[in-house]
Write a protein that binds this ligand. Structure first.
Ligand code: ZN
Length: 193
């Protein structure tokens, strides 16, 4: 079972453009200087994250100031769920810490019991917080969700990464800039070395 939310929960509303490029971990990719969502001049970035097994790849795509501001903006419901999440996380953390302290064997030192309590409390608190963060994002403004869904890293390997862009203009410019790296998903018969 894979616990990640990654891309599967995000449904693309428009036709998407798939671009596959040859890129090894550690190498940097060039992106056009326009917003991945709306094509305005880019001044910010949005991180794309993709998990495959134990590997996670993180790549920043360009975003304009307006879209970046939209991503920072929270709906009332998002705020409410966020506050509730922090409150429940603290309560759950304290509860787990107390239980951890009580169930740790009497024979061990006070310090060790405290460490067990602290670790258990922190892990529980973080898990609860993560759960509520995901729930709170689901209540975001439609525009914010559209920006988040406008670019996706759909696959990656040790030598290639595949992107999906809703924005045709961005996808085309990205493919042009990285022409020498294009692989078959882009319909371009670039030869492999
Ligand atoms: Zn934009």
């Amino acid at each position: 079972m894979d616990g990640g939310v990654d891309d599967s929960s995000i449904v693309a509303s428009k036709m998407s453009n798939t671009v596959k490029v040859k890129i090894r971990p550690g190498n940097s990719l060039e992106f056009p200087a326009i917003c991945v969502h709306c094509s305005r001049p880019a001044s910010d970035q949005m991180p794309l994250k993709k998990r495959r097994g134990r590997l996670t790849r993180l790549i920043d795509v360009p975003l304009c100031a307006q879209c970046a501001a939209e991503l920072r903006r929270k709906s009332g419901e998002e705020e409410r769920r966020g506050r509730l999440g922090r409150f429940v996380a603290i309560l759950a953390g304290i509860l787990a810490a107390v239980i951890g302290y009580l169930i740790s064997p009497d024979g061990i030192s006070l310090l060790l019991r405290s460490v067990v309590a602290l670790v258990l409390g922190s892990i529980t608190g973080l898990l609860v917080l993560t759960y509520f963060q995901r729930r709170s994002l689901a209540a975001a403004h439609a525009e914010k969700l559209a920006i988040l869904a406008s670019a996706r890293m759909t696959n990656f390997s040790w030598r290639a990464t595949t992107f999906d862009f809703d924005n045709d203009d961005f996808a085309q410019r990205f493919a042009t800039i990285n022409e020498s790296r294009l692989m078959e998903a882009a319909g371009n018969g670039a030869s492999e070395h």
